[in-house]
Design a protein around this ligand. Structure first.
Ligand SMILES: [Zn+2]
Length: 690
């Protein structure tokens, strides 16, 4: 919910390096000497009031093609490409350093080497996975099944920070400050069990979804065949049938986002009574959580339903499901045939991406994934100078100050509600560039010739690190993103923000650009993250991160009315004739966009200190501010991936995020937008929240 952009974890998020495309999608090419908005991207034939996204990005849209190994391209992609190249440079330096075994540099080098060792991977074949498949085959009752299911539990979901409600394991764990005790880490459990991105993929009766389901079933059969199973078509059919039954028990994404429905405290003993079927003591033993007395169960009905399925569905179907899920999880680090089969379905069929990314880019993703802070420490030292940090901090301070003024000026809000809102800003921790302390990976063993083992151990190391925090005091300065991540995040239970080094660079942030462009681009991102503090969910947490209603009822009623209007506005957007945006599912992000641009605009005006803004090629300061904002969201996405985003992402697609400007009065005067133009909203219809 809280990040400015979602990462879909299904396909590793490394980049294709397509040099001819970079200049077209961002101002990052060295040939360009100007700073500020990208004039070459603007389509002056389009009226800003008719289609602001096309106006700001039309020329870029005309000449940009999605690289064959990507599902989409945009400004975030361009920066991902740069961050990946930077990270590769760091890895190469680490490799050349020939560091002592066990040191961070040696681990970085060895992990990268193990991923690139295709000959070694082919030679080993299925051998590394075989003992795990044998263990599944040896399961002979539901009690042993429960233990094996427990062993698959991972800390792989995240309800409020990076927002990921999806795990293919039966359930997912999120370790975070407690809803009812924000001073200590709590175990949150969430629904899971599906490989496809959401329950819609199983339950929607459309031509497109039926085709995908058929392709999925073939994919399961193919993967089982590669792993040496017999009777694979029947097994695949059983797996799809079981996942279909699980999907029927799932809550939708919009329902998942309601934290008041999610705050269900269960003791370990409650599980057997409230969700009978699964042997819960055995499940928790498998998960290493026998000693954990209390949990928060995010979707109780899904737990009841999924647990009942463990009892009702025959053991053999569960064993097929477990074997397939295990192969699928590791397919990317097995021989080429597995990797290619996996990409053929998840990359080509599901996202519409024709080609897999170069291996080195996927290797960078693995290294950044398992040794994120070791890489991040090098990244920050090499690519994020102290001046950049100081300048970004000054900008954040200006936007927070603008937010304070906006809160004080709200005519509808009671003084007591305002006081708690200000208190939230007082205790907000803002991390810029990189964290103050780093993760210690010394317990993680990496071998240069054992990719499968490195991933197996890395996943477990990560899980044990997360579970070791349960019950311990919360570190509010703990980061949830690495410095090399092109994104930003609000952590509502910690009342904290992270702005990684990799997003604090052109075109989002350029120290040589006019203030108008910087505030419109990175300023609106900063404002977006700050305003998550006050979105539909952020507004449920007080200044200490505790779940508490600190609103008067009249204020809450006003807030809910205004946000309902925004949800209705987004419900009208239709990326496809048969598929509209879900205003409720994207509401928190849309509130953050509206409030973020409003605060960034105020911060920008304040930064001028009464002086006139310099023009750029005839564009006024205000025009530059809004164009820079619109250019943040330039993107092209393949149809299949765009459909997936509409169904599974709390963020609206970029085009509609750019149109947020229609709620801001200053945009109307900047571009002389009039009644009758497509985006025009009469003043009472413009949504003003903060
Ligand atoms: Zn966000």
């Amino acid at each position: 919910m809280k990040s400015v952009k979602a990462f879909r974890p299904l396909i590793v998020t490394c980049a294709l390096f397509a040099p001819f495309l970079i200049p077209a999608c961002a101002q990052t090419d060295s040939a360009q000497e100007t700073h500020g908005i990208n004039l070459a991207h603007i389509d002056r034939a389009v009226k800003p009031g008719d289609n602001f996204y096309q106006y700001a990005n039309g020329e870029w849209l005309k000449k940009t093609e999605i690289p064959s190994d990507r599902a989409s391209i945009g400004v975030f992609t361009a920066l991902d490409i740069i961050a990946n190249q930077n990270t590769r440079t760091l890895i190469e330096q680490a490799t050349k350093a020939n560091a002592a075994p066990g040191t961070p540099k040696r681990k970085i080098a060895d992990l990268f080497t193990s991923y690139m060792d295709e000959t070694g991977i082919e030679a080993k074949g299925l051998t590394p996975l075989k003992p795990h498949l044998d263990a599944i085959e040896a399961i002979h009752d539901k009690r042993e099944l429960a233990h094996a299911l427990g062993e698959t539990l991972r800390a792989d979901v995240d309800a409020l920070n990076n927002t990921n409600f999806h795990t293919a394991n039966l359930f997912g764990l999120w370790v975070a400050p407690g809803f009812n005790d924000s001073e200590h880490y709590m175990a949150y459990l969430m629904q899971g069990g599906l490989q496809l991105p959401s329950s819609d993929y199983y339950l929607t009766d459309s031509e497109q979804m039926r085709t995908l389901r058929a392709q999925y079933q073939t994919h399961i059969s193919n993967l089982l065949k590669l792993a040496g199973f017999n009777d694979t078509e029947a097994r695949a059919s059983r797996v799809v049938e079981l996942e279909h039954a699980i999907a029927e028990k799932h809550l939708s994404l919009a329902e998942n986002e309601d934290i008041h429905k999610a705050n269900n405290s269960w003791t370990q003993a409650d599980f057997a009574a409230k969700a009978p079927g699964l042997d819960w003591p055995e499940y928790f033993r498998g998960a290493g959580l026998s000693g954990q007395a209390n949990f928060i169960v995010w979707q109780p009905t899904a737990f009841t339903g999924e647990s009942a399925l463990v009892a009702a569905v025959p053991l053999d179907a569960w064993k097929d499901w477990l074997a397939f899920h295990t192969i699928e999880f590791y397919a990317g680090v097995l021989p080429k045939a597995f990797d290619e089969e996996r990409f053929a379905f998840f990359g080509k069929a599901l996202s519409g991406t024709p080609q897999q990314r170069p291996r080195w880019q996927r290797a960078v993703g693995i290294v950044s994934g398992f040794l994120g802070d070791d890489v991040g420490r090098l990244y920050a030292a090499q690519y994020f100078p102290p001046e950049a940090k100081a300048q970004a901090q000054a900008m954040v301070a200006n936007i927070i100050a603008a937010f304070r003024k906006r809160i004080d000026a709200l005519s509808w809000m009671d003084p007591t509600t305002k006081a708690e809102a200000q208190a939230k800003l007082n205790t907000l921790y803002v991390g810029i560039g990189y964290p103050e302390s780093w993760h210690d990976y010394s317990g993680y063993e990496v071998k240069a010739d054992d990719l499968f083992g490195n991933v197996w151990r890395g996943v477990l190391f990560d899980y044990h690190w997360e579970t070791s925090r349960l019950g311990k005091p919360v570190d509010r300065k703990e980061w949830s993103m690495t410095p090399q991540t092109v994104n930003a995040v609000n952590l509502p239970l910690q009342n904290a923000l992270n702005f990684p080094a990799a997003i604090l660079q052109p075109p989002f942030y350029d120290p040589k650009a006019p203030a108008a462009a910087n505030y419109g681009a990175i300023g609106s991102v900063i404002g977006h993250e700050i305003s998550h503090t006050f979105d539909t969910e952020g507004s449920s947490f007080d200044s200490k991160g505790a779940v508490r209603n600190w609103w008067t009822s009249a204020d809450l009623a006003h807030f809910e009315k205004a946000t309902a209007a925004l949800a209705a506005q987004y419900d009208t957007y239709k990326p496809f004739p048969d598929l509209a945006l879900n205003g409720k599912q994207t509401l928190a992000e849309n509130i953050a966009d509206v409030a973020g641009i409003a605060a960034a605009y105020d911060g920008y005006r304040a930064s001028l200190a009464g002086k006139a803004a310099p023009e750029q090629d005839g564009f006024t300061g205000d025009q530059q501010f809004f164009i820079a904002f619109g250019q943040n969201w330039a993107s092209k996405t393949r149809d299949a991936a765009l459909r997936q985003q509409v169904l599974t992402d709390p963020h609206a697609p970029g085009e509609y995020r750019a149109e947020t400007v229609r709620n801001i009065d200053a945009w109307y005067s900047a571009f002389n937008v009039k009644t009758g133009e497509s985006l025009y909203l009469a003043p009472p219809d413009r949504v003003r929240i903060w």
